[in-house]
Ligand binder design. Structure first.
Ligand code: CDP
Length: 128
């Protein structure tokens, strides 16, 4: 059975990366992630990421290159990351309990979801 693709965005402004803090489900609550979500059947992954960023953060974004490798999550999902730039709006925590812009040192210290943690080297490279 093929895994459902979940797309996530590395949004960088200056030397900081945008992270969201999950409020649910319980086993992930309080941990940080790159914003994103599940691609719908038949949906283009870039389109899905734009939709998720609009829903979750209230921003219009332009999706760029992929970063890192795909990361299997459990048995159900595969997680894929893209660079993304905000073209309109200011991020608001609509789906997260909190948003935070982190620099490289802060990124190393936050409690990132395990799957996102696989991209730490790739993410650090974006932050200079
Ligand atoms: O927003 P939507 O319900 O479409 O999806 P989600 O709950 O944000 O993501 C689906 C699953 O992908 C989550 O349960 C996490 O296991 C995983 N995920 C992740 O590991 N890292 C992310 N940055 C986003 C999602």
């Amino acid at each position: 059975m093929s895994r459902r693709v979940v797309v996530a965005a590395a949004i960088v402004a200056g030397n900081r990366l945008l992270l969201g803090r999950r409020g649910d489900p319980a086993e992930m609550a309080g941990r940080w992630e790159l914003p994103g979500g599940k691609v719908r059947p038949g949906e283009d992954p870039s389109t899905a990421l734009c939709r998720e960023l609009d829903e979750e953060l209230g921003v219009q974004a332009r999706v760029g290159d992929r970063i890192g490798d795909d990361v299997p999550v459990g048995t159900e999902y595969v997680l894929r990351a893209y660079r993304a730039d905000i073209v309109a709006g200011t991020p608001v925590a609509r789906a997260h309990t909190e948003l935070r812009w982190v620099d490289a040192a802060e990124l190393a210290a936050v409690d990132l979801l395990d799957a996102d943690r696989v991209w730490l080297t790739d993410l650090r490279a974006l932050l200079g």
